[in-house]
Design a binder for this molecule. Structure first.
Ligand code: FAD
Length: 324
């Protein structure tokens, strides 16, 4: 393609989120012969993170460091992004379809009077066309989109486009750009995280999710143990959240998070259409349910008909043995 693409990476707690590297891989795929410039925003020294973006495939990086960028606000980050975009004048912009990406990219698109292809799960290059695949109707169908004019602006769904291998022999310029981040109408004073530490649900490769069948907050314990041995995260259906067994931050589905892990283990979840909307594109789905007629079995690659309180601890035990 031979153009210049800008990748907006995401910094959280001083580290880059994996989706930043996936966005670089997406840009590289689109723009094999062109330039891929990474942009990072935050507080403190981001230069090393700029280098990380280069190790994963960017040609160079621009970082905007400002105390008002310590926590994400759409106004602050939009000011930083617009300053970099004005300087670089890229032909395309790629960012992760995360909470931050979903908030920031429409704001930038409207300021640039550009279109935006959101939530791309695949990208193919067909001659001069870049074909984006994205889910529609809550994941029941996929559409393919091509940008015919203007900016090639897209967000990519985490866990769908593999990052390139890290190559720390790669080098490139990391420029620090001064931008005055001012007149913010929103100031974040403090962040109280509801989710426990551990693997981030939207980027997890393995998710063990519980539904109303888990029956209580304590019922999530065996699921947490299984998630831990698999190095994964715990998720939930809205049924489990509504029942007060877990926090809404764990909810997966149409009105919760959309996830695409390599392995999704649904425990005591019936498989309502609104739940499937958030997980049916997982690579391998295992369902554990005592009702053989449960709809979740229609999307599962492997189904276990049984009581989750018997099956889940056995799975954990066997996986522990395999790891020994
Ligand atoms: P249930 O449907 O009650 O299923 C519980 C399952 O557990 C049953 O299949 C049962 O056989 C099984 N079970 C019980 N005990 C055991 C046991 N010991 N061992 C094994 N299996 C057992 N839902 C979401 O999940 N995410 C969303 O984002 C979402 N958004 C919604 C948006 C709207 C507008 C609406 C109307 C609904 C939405 N819902 C969403 C709710 C959705 O319709 C379902 O009500 C919900 O997903 C059901 O949760 P569940 O499968 O945990 O519970």
């Amino acid at each position: 393609m031979g153009k210049k693409l800008l990748v907006i990476g995401e910094v959280r707690d001083g580290a880059l989120r994996n989706v930043s590297f996936e966005a670089v891989a997406a840009a590289r795929k689109i723009n094999e012969d062109g330039e891929v410039v990474a942009a990072l925003f935050g507080e403190g020294n981001l230069e090393q993170l700029g280098n990380e973006m280069i190790y994963y495939g960017a040609d160079r990086a621009v970082v905007v460091q400002h105390e008002n960028l310590k926590n994400y606000t759409s106004e602050g980050y939009a000011q930083a992004a617009m300053a970099v975009i004005e300087d670089e004048n890229p032909e395309g912009i790629i960012m992760g379809h995360t909470a931050q990406g979903k908030d920031l990219t429409p704001k930038i698109a409207s300021r640039l009077e550009s279109g935006l292809i959101s939530d791309a799960t695949d990208i193919e290059v067909d001659g001069d066309d870049v074909v984006f695949t994205r889910p529609i109707y809550s994941g029941k169908a996929f559409e393919k989109k091509v940008v015919t004019e203007g900016l090639l602006f897209a967000t990519i769904r985490p866990n769908n486009i593999a990052p390139l291998d890290r190559d720390d022999t790669r080098s490139g310029e990391v420029a620090v750009k001064d931008v005055e981040i001012k007149d913010l109408r929103t100031v974040i004073k403090d962040i109280i995280r509801k989710t426990t530490e551990g693997v981030d649900l939207s980027e997890a490769k393995v998710i063990v999710a519980g539904g109303r069948g888990v029956k209580s907050a304590d019922g999530f314990k065996p699921l947490e143990e299984l998630a831990e041995v698999l190095g994964g995260a715990v998720g939930a259906s809205r049924g489990a959240c509504d029942a007060g067994y877990c926090d809404y931050s764990l909810q997966i589905g149409q009105t919760g998070k959309v996830v695409t892990p390599d392995l999704y283990i649904a425990c005591g979840i019936s498989g309502a259409i609104q739940h499937l909307a958030g997980m049916s594109n997982s690579k391998v789905i295992v369902a554990i349910n005592k009702d053989p007629e449960a709809n979740i079995f229609n999307v599962a690659d492997y189904g276990i008909v049984g009581d989750l309180f018997e099956v889940v601890p056995k799975l954990t035990e066997e996986i522990k043995k395999l790891k020994e």
